[in-house]
Structure formats: C-alpha cells, structure tokens
Design a protein around this ligand. Structure first.
Ligand code: ADP
Length: 965
C-alpha cells in the first residue's frame, strides 16, 4: 500500500518535471530561432551572442534543476509547489530572455508575464517559508490565551488575506498590461501603467515587510537560520549587480560600470540559495563541504569586487603613471585580499551558518571542557549533557560498548522505578529495545544491545547517523543513492530517534541515541555536524574512561585471585574441600560458575570434585576421559557470542562431546609433565576473553596447581602422622597385652613345674603325665606367641630370603592338625579336612605350616567350644585355594580389611579370654604374598555364621619335590 502510494506520487511528480523540461526545451528552441537570425543581421559578434544565449539558458536550467529537486523531495509540499512554480516562471523568464531583449514581441510577452508571475509567487512563497503565515487560520494554532490574542489573530489573518487578494488582482492586471503593451502599444491606457507600477511597489514592499516581520516573529533557531540564508543569498546574488553596475552609474562614472550581463551572473546563485534553504534540514551530509563552498564562493565574489574597486581607484589616482598604478594595485590587493578572504569566512559563518557557531559555543563551554574524568559514568554524563544542551531534548541515552560481553549498555545505568528521574531515558530505551531485544539480553540486562545486532551493524557502517526507522530496515532496504545524503522520505513519526556512532580511532565504542529534538524538528545535516564536533571533543574522554574501567576490572579480578594466598591450606581435611575453595575463588573473581576436576592416574580419567554456581554445566556427567594431548591445553571458547568479535577461536577440547552455546574456559592443571586435573569456568552471559584476562586466568591455574599439590602433600603427611600415632598407640597396647598374654601361659607352666617339683615322688603316674602335658602345651603356646612377635619385626627380611619348594599340601595340613589335635579333642571339636594327597603347591614348608597354624588356632580361639572347623580346597591348573571355616562370631565387614594390619584385634576380643597380639594374620598375609598367593576373609559378620579365611597358592603339577628358584 505504502509503496503503491509512494510510486503514484513519485510518478505524478516526475511527469510534472518532464512537462517543465519540455517547456524549457521548446522555449529555448523558439528563443534561439527568433534571436539568432535577427542578431546576425545586426552583425554582432557570434561569440557574444552565444555567450548571452548560453548564460540565459544556464540560468533557466539552474532554476529548473533546483525547482525540480525541491519539487521531488521537499517534505513541505506547499512550499515545494510554490518554489517549483516560482522556479518554472523564472526558468521561462530566462529561457526567453535573449529573444525578449531583442524586442521579439511574442517572447517579450511570455517573458514579462512569467516575470510578473514569478514576483507574486516569490511574495507568496515568503508567506509560507520559512514562517507559515497561513497556519494562523488553522484551529490547531489558536492558543487559548484570551480574547485579545484571538482578536489580534483575526485582524492579522484579515490583513494577510487582503494583501494576497490585492497582490493576485494586481498581478492579473499587470499581466494583461504586458500583453497589451506588446501586442498593441497604442491602445494601452495610462492608468494601466500606474496599476502595473503599483503592483511592483506592493510586491516589493510586501516582500520586505514579510522578511522583516518573519525575522522578528521567528523564535526557532532553525527557521531564523533558514531565513538568514535565504535573505543573505538573495542579497549576495544582487551585490555584484548593485556594486559593479549600478553604483558607478549612480556615482556618475558610467565608464566604470560593468555590463549588466556579467554582473547578473551571480543571479544564478539565487535558485541555489533558495533550494538549499528549503532543503537545508533534509540534506544529511556535506554540511561542512557546503559551508566551505559558500565561503569560497563569497570569498571569490568579494575578491572580484575588491579587484575591480582597486582597479578603478588605481586608474583614478594614477591615470598617467602605469608603474605606480601596478604597484598600488599589487600592494592594495596584497593587504586587502587576505582581509576579504577572512571576512568572507566570517560572514559565511555568521550570516549563513550561525547555527554551527551556536553549537560550537555550546560544545566548547569551559565547564564542560574542565570536566575531564576517568569515571565511565561521568564521562557518559558529559556527552549526554552536551547532547541535551545542543538539541534541547531530555531523551538522550549513551550506550557504551562493554568489551567483556560485546554488548552495548546504557551508561550511566538506567534507574527504573516509580520515583525514577530517568523516565525520559527509560522511555527512549524501551522504544529501542522493541527492535534490539535478544534472548541473551536476559543474562546481561534487558536494555543491553548485542554488538552484532542489525541496528548496531547499520549504524556502524552508515556514512552518517541513522534514524531508527532507517537502522531497523533489512540490509537491502538501507538508504541508497540520493537518499543517503538527502532525507527523501518522512520518518516513522516526529519522535523517530537518531542513532549516532561514537568512534575512537575508527572503532565504534558507543552509540548515542537521541530522542525528539526540543523544537520537534527532524534531525538533519547540521545536527550531524554538531554531533561530529561533540564526538571529536569527547570520544577520547569516553575511551579513556572505558579503558580505565577495564583496567579496574582486571585489577579487581587479580585482587580476588590473589586472595588465594590467604587461603589456609592446613585447614583442609580433604581434597574436595580444597578444590571447592579454589573453585569458589575463581567463580567469585570472574563472576562465573566454576568446577574443579581431579585426574585419576590409574583410570586415566577426570572426575568432578567441585562445582560452584547454578549456571550452565559444561557436561552433565561427572567423569571425562581426556584422550589427546590437546585436552591438556588451555581453551577459551566464546560460544555463540563469538560472532560479535571477529576472528575468535571456535575450537573446543577433543574430549568434549559437543560445543556449548555459552562461553567457557578450559584450564588444565599441569605440574610439569604430570596432569593433576582441570579447572573449568562457565559463563551464563556472553563473554570475550581479552589477552590480558587469558594471561591472568592462566596464572591462576598455575597457582591452583601449586596449592592443590600443597594440599595433597599436607594431607599425605597428616595421614602418615596419624598412622604413626596409631602405631605408637597400638604398640603401647601391644606391650601391655602381650605381657599379660605371655604371663598367662607362663604362670600355668610355672605352676605345673612347681607342683611337679614338690610332689613328683608322691604323684600318680597319670597325674604326672597330665601335669607335664599341660606344662608342655603352655610352652607350645608361648613358643607360638614369641614366634609371632619375632616374626612381626623381621618378616620383611624373611620374606626376601624365603625358599620356595614344591610341597604336598596334605602333608603340611596333617602336620599342623597333629599339633592342635590335643586341644581340639579337649574342646570336643571336629576338624574336617578333605585334601587330595597328590596336591602340590609352591611354598616354603616351614612358613606354610606357620600360616596354617595361625589360621587354625584362630579358628579354635574365636569359635565356641564344640563347634566344627572345616578345611577345604579348590584348584585349577594354576592355583590352589584353601579355605578354613569356623562357626564363631564372624567378622564385621568394615573390619575385614584392617585385620591383616599389624597389632589389629577386634574390639570385642581385646578384653576376652582369647589371647593374642594381633600379629598372626599380619604375618600370614606377608608370607602368603611372598609365596605369590593371596589371603582374605569372607564373613557376613552374623554370629554363628562364622568366618572363612581363604588363601591361594601356586599349584605345582610336579610329583617330586623340586627346588623352585
Ligand atoms: P591374634 O593373635 O589376636 O589372634 P591375629 O592377627 O591372628 O591376632 O587375629 C587378629 C584378630 O582377628 C583377632 O584378635 C580376632 O579379633 C580376629 N580373628 C582372627 N581370626 C578370627 C576368626 N576365625 N573368627 C573371629 N575373629 C577372628
């Protein structure tokens, strides 16, 4: 719909222009056909003729071109219409000028009609532009300020209407007069001549009054600027004619009067000045170049006038002294020309471009300049305030690039809420966020703008600041061709914000968003110039503040990471605690989630030990298997957000199953060639890793390695110390118990021997045997206990010197059974042993007996009287497994491993009548392992279910005992 409307109006306008062009060509042809034959007859120089014709044609073309441009693009259509009509009439006047001047009646009629018309059109145009007097009538402009005011307005409107009606009426009569004067000069009544003159007087007075009245009534800077440009343009266009042609005539020096044909050349500037005035606030770039060209133009015109003046003065003063005349000319020009040039520049700035002077004054206010600051918020405020002053708008928001996240954020931060003084800024940002909202913005801040958002890209690449309506368009609809320099279409609405990039050394470090101007006008070229001045002045302040903020942030991170030194390593009870403390420090310093993984050398895998934070986890499982060397290199992955920064690495460690959508840091904890673990930091917001940050994190990882190694060593030392303490305790206990344990059989032996010594002669033989057997059993028990004690201290040595032979298992078991047979019978035990006679094992004969004796005497000691004991064997090609099972109290699962350590006895047996030193199983384990076997216990720990001690030995298939090396 919009496009169809645009096309329709554009085609309509183009057709009108085409028609005007046709008229131009037609008139020029007619003019040429009528002008040249006549003049050739008059034998004038052909070159002069062409010059005159060419000048008129060019002036006409200039009017047509400017009229066309304004007609096609001006936003104010009524002004565009009047200027186009005025330009057309001027075009016609100039197109037929040469013919009319050579008294061709038809062309003269056409010329004078268009001349009359152009004057009234010009007078009417001034009523519309720069101030629109006709808007008085419309109700929207009636101010409810009392009857007096509306009464005044009523009379003004009446006066205006009267003036316009009279002007139109008189112009019609003046046209009729022109027609009559050329067609039948004899029939023209005298009063028509008077009416014609009064028309010109009225029009010129009207024009003058309008200009003066407008100048007084205009309050807006822009309208005043437009009027100055307009009036000054008109005056300057006529200055050469007035000074070079008319002034010498008036002063009585007709010989110095320059030909009017030459001095009217500057009239060609008139349409340019008119067109530029109307389109000034639609021209978006080149403001500086236009200012420069105007200065040059005025300077050149000034120099020509000066040169001519000097020439006249010289010829008057030194008429007969050519040398003095030349010297005078050179000196006068040498002194005055620079002054004229400087004057021209100053006149240009003051007359045509006062607006820029105003802007410059505002930007270079001494208090603003004195406010150099390192604080990012203050620097942003400085720019914001300057923009507020310049454009008198409250809706100004500066977005500054955050290098860490790659996002632009409002600076100073927005204070939202009911009592906020920031309302205007909040509104502006809200408008903007309709077009810039992104999913990640939730993590950064709702008003943050992604560094590669369409708007930012467009603003960064455009040659001038863009309106929001332009910046949100897709790439292919961005302003192209003429519309890059001229606002050819209307904005979204009058509140269409302007987005201007703040650059430092070519890089966009911020974006200034400006809401509606204080005077409700559109932003245009001069504003862009003012912004350019503003940024040239303040962008370095902003950049310094940004860098300062960045450095501050790095120092804070460094400080926090450095605080690891204060962590009391000795307080950690476990590696988990240490890992957790370091993960917490990293997470706190970098404001991210952190996990520490420790490497398990045996399994060749990493296991997660600590995770701090609620954010994203790099992998869900707690185990990772690094397989390649690259897994042990640091990786800084910027995730999806890496598109914001050019050239960042997108690689991930090979052992990760897939790339994450968020940024993460993978820092291996290596101590030399040894891998200790891994530190992973994950970021829930987009993040860019600067080289400095990468270095700092690398340093932290090294510190982590040292600390974790320290903790590991401290823990190992502490464990060894604890073990040592435990051993000392056990040793003390052992000494106490063994002295007690040894005394019991010793007392028994001593008692029997004393009895025998006293009563052996009177004693019966059976009792004698009994006493001797009891004393002997006590000795055997003592021997076993002493043997165990001695072995405990030197078993390591014995293990080395052990001789392994192929021996019969059944023989060894038989031998031990014979030793304990008496005791077993006394306690009415049944010992079942099913061992094949041809089963041979590789073992030390004596030591195997000692092992078996230990196991069987334990089975007897720790199971109730009368319960059975079973000895069984299993075998395969290589191994023989021997089981000794009893039906005692069993051994709790938790204690089973510990039983094979030195001096360890079960708590319940410490104070029981069963004697022992806690060495039997320890020695047995050492011996079995020295023979290449294993020993362990199986028990449910339930009373009466007992326990089974199992040992394995190497099987030998050789029949004959042989020495095994
Ligand atoms: P001790 O000389 O005390 O028997 P051992 O090293 O032989 O020393 O045994 C260590 C401890 O293991 C014993 O004190 C006892 O508490 C426990 N124990 C050993 N064998 C058995 C068993 N068959 N049933 C129950 N407890 C046992």
């Amino acid at each position: 719909m919009r496009y169809a409307y645009w096309a329709r109006t554009r085609i309509g306008r183009l057709l009108t222009v085409l028609l005007a062009l046709l008229v131009y060509c037609l008139l020029l042809t007619v003019d040429g056909l009528r002008f040249f034959p006549q003049q050739i007859v008059d034998s004038s120089s052909l070159f002069t003729l062409w010059l005159r014709f060419g000048f008129s044609a060019l002036a006409a073309l200039l009017f047509l071109a400017v009229g066309t441009l304004v007609w096609l693009y001006a936003r104010n259509r009524r002004v565009a219409l009047f200027l186009f009509c005025f330009s057309c009439t001027m075009m016609i006047t100039f197109a037929v000028e040469t013919g009319a001047a050579s008294n061709d009646s038809l062309l003269s009629v056409v010329g004078s009609i268009s001349g009359v018309l152009s004057l009234s059109l010009f007078a009417l145009l001034l009523l519309l532009f720069p101030k629109n007097y006709f808007s008085f009538g419309s109700s929207s402009h009636v101010v409810s300020g009392g009857e007096l005011q509306s009464g005044q307005q009523y009379y003004s409107t009446l006066l205006l209407r009267g003036y316009v009606a009279t002007l139109i009426f008189l112009s019609i009569i003046a046209e009729l007069y022109s027609i009559l004067r050329y067609l039948s000069p004899s029939q023209v009544p005298d009063w028509l001549d008077t009416v014609d003159s009064s028309y010109y007087v009225l029009a010129l007075i009207g024009i003058l009054i309008t200009i003066i009245a407008s100048y007084r009534r205009i309050s807006s800077l822009r309208q005043r600027q437009q009027q100055r440009f307009f009036v000054s343009g008109v005056i300057l266009a006529f200055v050469p004619l007035l000074l070079l042609t008319l002034l010498p005539l008036l002063l009585g020096f007709p010989e110095y009067s320059v030909d009017g044909q030459v001095t009217t050349i500057t009239l060609g500037f008139l349409p340019l000045a008119l067109g530029y005035t109307i389109l000034r606030y639609q021209v978006l770039v080149f403001d500086m170049y236009i200012r420069r060209s105007v200065a040059w133009l005025i300077g050149s015109v000034g120099l020509v006038i000066l040169g001519y003046g000097v020439f006249i003065c010289g010829s008057l003063l030194f008429a007969h002294q050519p040398f003095a005349w030349v010297i005078f000319g050179l000196v006068a020009m040498g002194v005055l020309a620079p002054c004229v040039w400087i004057l021209a520049k100053s006149i240009t700035d003051r007359l045509f471009f006062t607006e820029m002077l105003h802007y410059q004054r505002l930007i270079e206010q001494p208090d603003a300049l004195a406010n150099e600051t390192f604080d990012l918020n203050k620097a942003s405020q400085l720019i914001t305030l300057a923009a507020v002053n310049l454009f008198e708008t409250q809706e100004v928001c500066l977005f500054v690039l955050d290098e860490d996240t790659g996002y632009y954020h409002p600076c100073p931060p927005l204070v939202e809420g009911e009592n906020s003084h920031d309302e205007a800024r909040c509104r502006l940002v809200q408008r903007l966020s309709q077009y810039t909202a992104s999913a990640e913005a939730v993590q950064t801040g709702p008003s943050w703008i992604k560094g590669n958002a369409v708007i930012v890209r467009h603003v960064d690449s455009a040659p001038r600041p863009l309106l929001l309506s332009e910046a949100i368009r897709p790439d292919e609809e961005l302003p192209r061709g003429l519309s890059r320099y001229l606002a050819t279409t209307g904005p979204l609405d009058s509140r269409d914000p302007l987005l201007a990039p703040v650059r430092f050394q070519g890089k966009m470090i911020g974006m200034l968003v400006l809401g509606e101007r204080g005077d409700h006008q559109q932003y245009a070229g001069p504003d862009f110039e003012a912004l350019h001045l503003l940024f040239t002045r303040f962008s370095s302040v902003l950049q310094t503040a940004c860098l300062y903020a960045q450095v501050n942030q790095h120092v804070t991170i460094l400080d926090k990471l450095y605080s690891t030194n204060a962590v009391p390593i000795h307080d950690f009870e476990t590696m988990d605690q240490a890992a957790m403390a370091y993960a917490r420090i990293a997470a706190d310093a970098v404001s991210c989630d952190a996990s520490i993984w420790l490497y398990e050398e045996k399994e060749k895998r990493l296991r997660r030990f600590a995770f701090i934070g609620t954010g994203p986890r790099l992998v869900q499982q707690d185990v990772l298997t690094p397989s390649q060397e690259e897994d042990w290199l640091p990786w800084f992955y910027e995730g999806d957000s890496s598109q914001i920064w050019q050239g960042t690495s997108k690689g991930i460690p090979p052992c990760l199953p897939q790339a994450s959508s968020f940024p993460f840091v993978w820092l291996p904890l290596n101590s030399g060639d040894q891998h200790l673990g891994l530190l992973i930091l994950t970021y829930s917001r987009p993040h860019h890793f600067s080289r400095e940050e990468q270095r700092v994190l690398g340093m932290f990882a090294t510190q982590c390695v040292a600390a974790l190694e320290n903790v590991r060593m401290t823990l190992a030392l502490r464990a060894a110390y604890e073990r040592q303490k435990e051993l000392d305790r056990l040793k003390d206990e052992f000494i106490t118990t063994t002295s007690h344990e040894l005394r019991t059989p010793l007392t028994a032996v001593q008692g029997y021997l004393e009895l025998l010594a006293s009563y052996h002669s009177t004693m019966e033989a059976s009792m004698l045997d009994n006493f001797l057997a009891k004393a002997s059993r006590g000795c055997e028990e003592l021997a076993l206990m002493v043997g165990n004690i001695t072995d405990a201290s030197r078993v390591q040595v014995d293990v080395k010197t052990m001789t392994l032979n192929v021996i019969s298992l059944s023989e060894s078991v038989q031998h031990v059974l014979e030793i304990i047979e008496a005791g077993a019978r006394r306690e009415q035990r049944t010992i079942q042993a099913a061992i094949p006679a041809d089963l041979f094992v590789v073992a030390d004969k004596i030591r195997l007996r000692q092992i078996l004796l230990n196991l069987l005497s334990n089975a007897l000691k720790y199971s109730p009287t009368g319960s059975d004991i079973e000895i069984a064997v299993d075998m395969n090609e290589e191994e023989v497994t021997l089981r000794v099972r009893d039906y005692g109290l069993g051994i709790p699962l938790a204690e089973q491993e510990r039983l094979f350590e030195r001096f360890v006895r079960l708590e319940r047996d410490m104070n029981s009548p069963a004697r022992g030193a806690g060495l039997g199983l320890y020695i047995s384990k050492q011996l079995v392992e020295a023979m290449g076997g294993r020993i362990w216990v199986e028990s449910t720990g339930m009373p009466d279910e007992g326990s089974t001690f199992i040992l394995t030995l190497q099987r030998s298939t050789a029949q004959k005992p042989a020495l095994v090396s």
